[in-house]
Design a protein around this ligand. Structure first.
Ligand code: SF4
Length: 228
């Protein structure tokens, strides 16, 4: 394998090909959009893993699929084969990240169609805002009911299903080294309102936070009331 320089490694990470701990192979992070995959896509992921990787795939905690063991020379072929079934890699960088939604669509406790909402959020804010550089990553979590299986309030923007299809909104949560539960915005919102609020929040974050600041720090700094 030819030596890949730091700049190329960074660029590849931005495309969803992340250098592994052996400093040689790449993990390809594939986005599922709503956490579901039909047979054609699932089979293709298995084929790619067999052909270019270690022969297995893994599921991440954020509903993406990863194929480990990709050689630098195979990356373009992997991209092309993913494209054949409408899949693509990504999900890294200082931008809106792939959304995580629970199975509320089919769950007996589900109060909203979480997977449909995830597709809408993906379209509007992952793809739609893809080229918008944010101060840091921005994660969105959706839970179909107050059981909150996806821990939506530990995301920068959390949506939790409530009565009659309305939702609660949580701002500024995060996981990691210093976890923080998001602040509830207060009130109940329709899905349309929630998406409008999400748009305004992302734009405010882009304008108000310095590079490197997580959204939760901005919420702490100016207070959740300011967002109301
Ligand atoms: S959060 Fe509620 S709707 Fe979603 S999977 Fe958990 S119990 Fe089901």
């Amino acid at each position: 394998m030819r030596k890949v320089n730091e700049e190329e490694i960074k660029a590849l990470k931005g495309q969803g090909f992340i250098l592994q701990n052996n400093n040689e192979d790449f993990v390809c992070r594939v986005i599922t959009v709503d956490g579901t995959l039909k047979k054609e896509k699932l089979c293709k992921l298995g084929e790619i893993a067999d052909k270019y990787g270690y022969g297995h795939i893994s599921f991440t905690t954020r509903l993406t699929v990863e194929i480990p063991g990709i050689k630098y020379e195979s990356i373009e072929n992997v991209k092309r084969e993913l494209e054949e079934v409408g899949l693509y890699s990504g999900g890294t960088g200082n931008r809106v990240r792939p959304v995580v939604a629970c199975k509320g669509t089919v769950c007996k406790f589900g109060l909203l169609d979480t997977q449909s909402l995830a597709r809408e959020v993906h379209e509007k804010f992952y793809l739609g805002f893809y080229d918008m550089k944010l101060p840091h990553k921005f994660k969105v979590g959706i839970a179909g009911c107050p059981n909150n299986c996806t821990k939506a309030d530990l995301n920068d923007f959390g949506i939790v299903g409530g009565k009659k299809g309305s939702v609660k909104i949580f701002l500024g949560g995060k996981w990691g080294k210093k976890p923080k539960i998001g602040e509830e915005l207060g009130g109940l919102y329709s899905l349309e309102e929630a998406l409008n609020i999400m748009e305004k929040v992302i734009l405010a974050y882009k304008d108000e936070s310095p590079i490197g600041e997580r959204f939760g720090t901005l919420v702490d700094r100016i207070g959740v009331e300011a967002f109301k």
